[in-house]
Design a protein around this ligand. Structure first.
Ligand code: ZN
Length: 269
């Protein structure tokens, strides 16, 4: 039973940060299933989300109250929390798909079940971030935008920012239609002067045997955007695990629909 996976790259900074990509394993004993689900709808009263969150927090030596999340909406708004900002209780309530902060002792988190969880850490400035990148947010260049926020608002050097890309649906299981391809192509055009777009699309999309359908590599799309935002390839650690293939280890929205979500967090100690 493994409640979370970690990035080897970020793990070398374990004296400064705590980070984790949770799995579906090791949920609270006695529950109908042992799923470590942390992301049911609040309206669904019969879940063990809170107890599971507590288990995960214990594993990571955190207090549950330290875990800070936002309402995710598949957009590209980033919540920036500076060390001196108001209490995080006052900041909750907004809708964001990324959080960047230099504040200690709050574990910023995003919840996923197929979408790409991205954790960032700038060791010199002690800035961290968590990003939720589904295809819509990826088309809106959320990863690049997060790097811009880290650089422009927190003074991080782009070439020193470390990034871990967590478990997400792989190209093996993620068939999409032309609309998704067009959205990513459009987003990329707005981002650059138009050059390299063929290379970008080729890196992200493999034609399906079905006409008008494609296998999308969302992690590759985000790596591409990180690179365009100035992050060095050697500073990006991708955990190449597919949430849809590995049913025992991960929730997958594609595979299971509304079954559950994982929690992906990073905290400055
Ligand atoms: Zn797969």
């Amino acid at each position: 039973m493994i409640r979370f996976v970690a990035s080897p790259l970020l793990s070398s900074f374990n004296d400064t940060i705590t980070h984790a990509f949770s799995t579906r394993e090791g949920g609270i004993n006695g529950s109908a299933n042992a799923d470590l689900c942390v992301g049911h709808n609040k309206a669904d009263a019969a879940t063990n989300d809170d107890a599971n969150k507590q288990l995960l927090a214990q594993d990571l030596s955190l207090a549950e109250e330290q875990i800070f999340s936002v309402t995710q909406v598949h957009g590209n708004d980033i919540l920036a929390i500076a060390a001196g900002d108001a209490n995080t209780n006052d900041l909750a309530g907004g809708s964001y798909d990324g959080i960047i902060t230099n504040r200690q002792k709050i574990a910023v988190c995003v919840k996923t079940a197929d979408c790409v969880p991205i954790l960032i850490f700038a060791p010199k400035q002690n800035v961290i971030g968590a990003i939720h990148a589904g295809w819509r947010s990826t088309a809106l260049n959320i990863a690049g935008k997060a790097i811009d926020v880290a650089a422009c608002q927190f003074g991080c050097n782009r070439e020193e920012i470390l990034v871990a890309i967590g478990p997400a649906i792989g190209a093996c299981c993620y068939e999409v239609d032309d609309l998704v391809l067009e959205a990513l192509a459009q987003g990329y055009k707005e981002l650059s002067s138009g050059g390299e777009i063929e290379d970008y699309l080729q890196a992200c999309f493999t034609p399906s045997p079905q006409i008008g359908r494609w296998f999308l590599d969302l992690k590759a799309a985000n790596r591409w955007q990180l690179s365009r935002a100035g992050v060095l390839a050697c500073n990006v650690d991708t955990i190449e695990r597919c949430t849809s293939c590995e049913a025992d280890s991960f929730f997958s929205h594609r595979r299971d629909r509304e079954k559950g979500r994982m929690l992906n967090l990073i905290m400055l100690r």
